[in-house]
Design a protein around this ligand. Sequence first.
Ligand code: UDP
Ligand code: MG
Length: 136
Amino acid sequence: MSNIEQTLSIIKPDAVERNLSEEIKNEFNKNKFKIVKEKKVKLEKSDAEKFYQVHQSKPFYNDLCSYLSSGPIVVMILEKENAVLENRKLMGATDPSKAEKGTLRKKYGLSIDKNSVHGSDSVDNAKIEIDFFFNE
Ligand code: UDP
Ligand code: MG
């Protein structure tokens, strides 16, 4: 049975700044994700705070929100069979030093905070995150 899903992907400021957007989009294409929608935006800190609301009690929340709003990001809706889990696998562990070989975070991530990509962690959160960026 087919289970086509959509998930939200973000190429974070560290990767956009290093001109890795095209290379990372190629990785999604190679791995059979369809890029349904895409845009480059620069968030205000208040937008980042809303996006990462689930983490508001964490010690890293303030730095995380400053960082996500520190420069342009590329946001995309990715579509594929089991897209949410497949994208999490392609991204690898949150900490690039712990991510498996071949994953995006292993290849491109600089540190746990500058880890180059975001991906929704569940189908429900994917819907919320897609709506956050593409609610037109
Ligand atoms: N993060 C951080 N320090 C930590 C844990 C997370 O700076 O100790 C950042 C990191 O950039 C991560 C984001 O907060 O991507 C969201 O954390 P989450 O646990 O949701 O990781 P993810 O879903 O991105 O793998
Ligand atoms: Mg997460």
